[in-house]
Design a binder for this molecule. Structure first.
Ligand code: PLP
Length: 382
């Protein structure tokens, strides 16, 4: 038996996505840059994929650039904006709870002369828009705030942030890796200039994603080489991956409403049962302004490592903090930022529900979890 509740780490590639990719491995293997028919078939797949994605965002097809995933999109957005606009200013505003793809890129830019303001968040993980507006300086060139947090699921007031950025003539990037494909996003309505997304978070293949770049943004090339992606991101296009990404986008938007409804029901049921049946727990993140499938709790007096190992022995896949920090003993920067003590942060477990999970699975998870937490506390004499 396996119960997979780690959909924020990654998802299964959907059969219809694999099917959409297959021809580009087998008969349609041409280079999208080649002139003959075999090449133009691939080029057509790339163009169609851009159109599919652009339509979901309310953007233009030529504003979509394919990348190797969320990490590359975040790196590109921040580094290229800094390079192109540093004559105008060197100040970037972001938050303490961003993914490391943004935070470590900011640290890198700091070493190259950028000045970064890291906004605090409240105890539910929400950015204060007033504080954000107060942090703006004449030399601010970019605001980068994630759409939804990967650990605690909190959704940020992206539209308000976009309006503030636009009113001050500052570019706005959002890391939407956890949000795109899960909920509707319109870049014009939210004044988003750059948006990162990744296919493997919504049943697409791993290692492919995109960066939306508004056409008025001045951006340097990220990868140097050939003229692919209008000279902005060199390298032979990952045509099977791109076709898979487009198929995953179509699927995600087709099932979005129903999937969200189901996940919210299961999420609220899981949260209710944990709070009712396990003593000394704390819900992390906002109770309602959170991703449909995200549940994150801290359990007093237990180490998440031990809980995760014991859950795994029962076939249950969950995560402590984020997948990228699992294995590291440092408490999650996100949980510290919402005010948890290092001890409580180390006792946190994230369950991220997906469309295939059932109420029976939630029942099993709660029963096993309650037993494991009680046992671990008993071993510590609590
Ligand atoms: N940003 C966020 C918020 C994420 O959750 C992740 C992945 O977990 C990334 C960026 C990195 O995306 P990728 O795995 O496609 O590199």
């Amino acid at each position: 038996m396996m119960i997979y509740m780690d959909h924020a780490a990654t998802t299964q590639t959907a059969p219809e996505v694999v099917e959409a990719m297959m021809p580009y491995f087998t008969e349609c293997y041409g280079n999208a840059g080649s002139i003959y028919r075999l090449g133009s078939q691939s080029k057509k797949a790339v163009i169609n994929a851009k159109e599919t994605i652009a339509e979901t965002l309310g953007a233009e097809a030529n504003e979509i650039y394919f990348t190797s995933g969320g990490t590359e999109s975040d790196n590109w957005a921040l580094k290229a904006v800094y390079e192109a606009y540093r004559d105008k200013g060197r100040h970037i505003i972001t938050t303490r709870i961003e993914h490391h793809a943004v935070l470590h890129t900011c640290e890198y830019l700091q070493k190259r002369g950028a000045q970064i303001t890291y906004l605090d968040v409240d105890e539910e993980g929400m950015v204060d828009v007033k504080q954000l507006e107060g942090a703006i300086r004449p030399d601010t060139i970019l605001i980068s705030v994630m759409y939804a947090n990967n650990e605690i699921g909190t959704l940020q007031p992206v539209r308000e942030i976009g309006e503030i950025a636009a009113a001050h003539g500052i570019l706005f990037h959002t890391d939407a890796v956890q949000a795109y494909g899960q909920l509707p996003i319109n870049v014009a309505e939210c004044h988003i200039d750059l948006l990162s997304a990744s296919a493997h978070k919504f049943n697409g293949p791993k290692g492919v994603g995109f960066l939306y770049i508004n056409r008025r943004v001045r951006m340097h090339s990220f990868m140097h080489g050939g003229q692919q992606e209008r000279g902005r991101r060199a390298g032979t296009e990952n045509v099977p991956g791109i076709a898979g990404l487009a198929a995953a986008v179509k699927r995600a938007y087709r099932i979005m409403e129903e999937k969200t409804k189901k996940e919210v029901e299961l999420r609220d049921y899981l949260m209710m049962r944990i709070e009712r049946e396990i003593p000394d727990v704390r819900l992390n993140g906002h109770r309602t302004m959170r991703l449909a499938g995200n549940v994150n709790f801290s359990f007093e007096a237990v180490e998440s490592e031990s809980t995760l190992i014991m859950l795994d022995m029962k076939g249950i896949c969950a995560s402590g903090g984020s997948a990228c920090t699992t294995g590291a003993l440092d408490p999650s920067h996100v949980l510290l930022a919402i005010g948890l003590s290092p001890e409580l942060a180390r006792g946190s477990i994230r369950f991220t529900i997906g469309e295939e999970n059932t109420k029976e699975e939630i029942d099993t998870v709660v029963e096993e979890l309650a037993r494991i937490i009680a046992k671990l506390r008993e071993m510590r004499g609590i």
